[in-house]
Design a protein. Structure first.
Length: 94
């Protein structure tokens, strides 16, 4: 899932490859305090992706995981937001 993690100027950028959803990649940027600064879904529904970005900006990684983990889209068994939660969970466990 995690393809790359980079740290630069106090920010951490996490690049994740998704599975089973329309968005093929998710880029998460954490600020110097470890809070969500930006999330970019590449592919998928951009309206929903921008809404999710606005809703989770400023949250901790743990808050995002607790809020979004397990959300399903149609009959996929996962969703873009669930994939984001899985990516962040993997990041915490590394």
């Amino acid at each position: 899932m995690i393809a790359n993690v980079q740290k630069n100027n106090g920010k951490t950028t996490i690049l994740c490859r998704t599975q089973g959803v329309c968005a093929h990649t998710i880029q998460v940027i954490l600020n110097q305090d470890g809070l969500i600064d930006d999330v970019i879904f590449i592919g998928g529904c951009q309206g929903n992706a921008r809404a999710v970005n606005r809703l989770i900006k400023g949250m901790t990684v743990e808050q995002v995981i607790n809020t979004l983990e397990g959300v399903e889209c149609s009959d996929k068994g996962t969703s873009c937001t669930d994939q984001l939660a899985k990516c962040l969970k993997e990041y915490l466990n590394k």
